[in-house]
Design a protein around this ligand. Structure first.
Ligand SMILES: [Fe+2]
Ligand SMILES: [Fe+2]
Length: 242
């Protein structure tokens, strides 16, 4: 499988492959409400059917979106990176961001629920969900950094002695299941906050929390996409080729 060539847009292209080849399309799929990270294995036709979108129109939009989005701020070309470089990139950008940001989101969600929970009962669930999400993500990233990513780097370097395919397939399956769980909690937060939209009475901390959660969601999508659709499949292919 080549991830560096630019595939033609067809209704049978998978969303993950399209975003791997053209990272700027991530924002286009976000706008359409199409899940490109955990849902990256679905074809464009299937994704359009789920969202009630016309495939031909979406294909035409995709063709022009490539040119328009190219004028925006650059997203890194993860597919052009080697495995070790990509694992390093994920750790130094997405993981570093989450380690700094999650405690701040937890603290704000708790403060908002304590002060304003009396006027909106959803704030207590938001508080609990942010805490669950933070705990899950911190433990998840530790497993990637201590177990899976070192293995990915070893396989890429051809240095995984006594290695067999199942020893990477299992942790990858586990990480993908954890991505699903984080995605579901984040979707629940989007629901509980009316799409991260503050109401007229929201205080500044509440507004900062919602802005922080919206940014968290966008970052999670990019992060999971790089792992599920690029790093993991390439590690599996390299392992199978040994
Ligand atoms: Fe990660
Ligand atoms: Fe992950």
């Amino acid at each position: 499988m080549s991830t560096t060539t630019q595939p033609a847009f067809t209704s049978e292209s998978t969303i993950g492959d399209l975003v791997a080849a053209r990272p700027l399309l991530a924002r286009f799929f976000e706008k359409l409400g199409i899940d490109y990270c955990c849902g990256g294995k679905q074809t464009l036709a299937a994704a359009c059917a789920r969202r009630g979108l016309d495939v031909a129109t979406t294909l035409a939009l995709l063709e022009s979106a490539g040119a328009l989005l190219a004028a925006g701020p650059a997203e890194v070309d993860a597919a052009a990176m080697g495995q070790a470089e990509l694992a390093d990139h994920i750790e130094t950008t997405h993981h570093a961001y989450l380690k700094q940001e999650l405690p701040r989101l937890v603290e704000m969600a708790h403060r908002v629920a304590t002060k304003h929970g009396w006027r909106d009962e959803r704030l207590a669930e938001i508080d609990a969900t942010v805490l669950d999400l933070a705990n899950e993500m911190l433990s998840h990233m530790q497993k990637e950094e201590v177990v899976l990513f070192p293995l990915v780097r070893q396989i890429a370097a051809g240095a995984a002695d006594g290695f067999h395919c199942g020893s990477i397939a299992n942790p990858i399956r586990q990480m993908e299941a954890e991505h699903e769980s984080a995605g579901a909690l984040t979707a629940r937060l989007r629901e509980l906050t009316d799409g991260f939209t503050p109401d007229a009475e929201a205080c500044n901390t509440h507004r900062a929390l919602l802005a922080g959660l919206a940014e968290f969601e966008a970052d999670l999508h990019r992060h999971v996409h790089k792992e599920n659709n690029i790093l993991f499949p390439r590690a599996l292919a390299q392992a199978a080729g040994r």
